[in-house]
Design a protein around this ligand. Structure first.
Ligand code: SF4
Length: 150
């Protein structure tokens, strides 16, 4: 049975559109988690120019699902430890963009958001980049969805 995002939209094309506006909503707010694979830890520790042990101590926290990126307090709530609100005025920029973990790279094409159009619309309330900008093919969406278990 075709999945809902395989159906053509008003423009007659399938897939979904998404372009990040750098609002920072997905990287801030109430306490959350960004789970880390071992390869993420290696890459991010190298980026931060620290060893693994120091990286884990300074940049991560333990959660029930495993090691996660830590958070820091900001006016918007709890920001991801790598969120940079200074670099580009009025924007929230990922300070580890090239090495961001799979959970970040695959947003918003997560199982939880793709389970139904309703779930997608619900996620859209906090992410203004969804249904805007670049179109992603059904195949690209599935590849992202299969990378993380969220
Ligand atoms: S909430 Fe959406 S638009 Fe805003 S930073 Fe996150 S991905 Fe980009």
């Amino acid at each position: 049975m075709p999945e809902w995002f395989e159906s053509p939209d008003d423009s007659g094309r399938d897939g979904l559109r998404f372009s990040c506006t750098m609002c920072g909503n997905c990287c801030s707010g109430p306490e959350g988690y960004v789970l880390l694979a071992e390869a993420d830890i290696t890459a991010l520790a190298a980026r931060a120019r620290v060893g693994r042990e120091e990286f884990v101590a300074k940049y991560t926290k333990e959660t029930l699902r495993g090691l996660s990126l830590a958070e820091k307090q900001s006016d918007a709530g709890l920001d991801c430890v790598f969120l940079d609100r200074e670099k580009v005025p009025g924007r929230a920029v990922c300070g580890a963009y090239e090495d961001r973990p799979a959970q970040c790279r695959t947003w918003p094409f997560w199982k939880s958001n793709l389970s139904s159009r309703f779930a997608w619309e619900r996620a859209k309330r906090t992410c203004p980049g969804m249904d805007q900008g670049q179109r992603h093919s059904v195949q690209q969406i599935r590849i992202c969805r299969d990378q993380v278990d969220i």
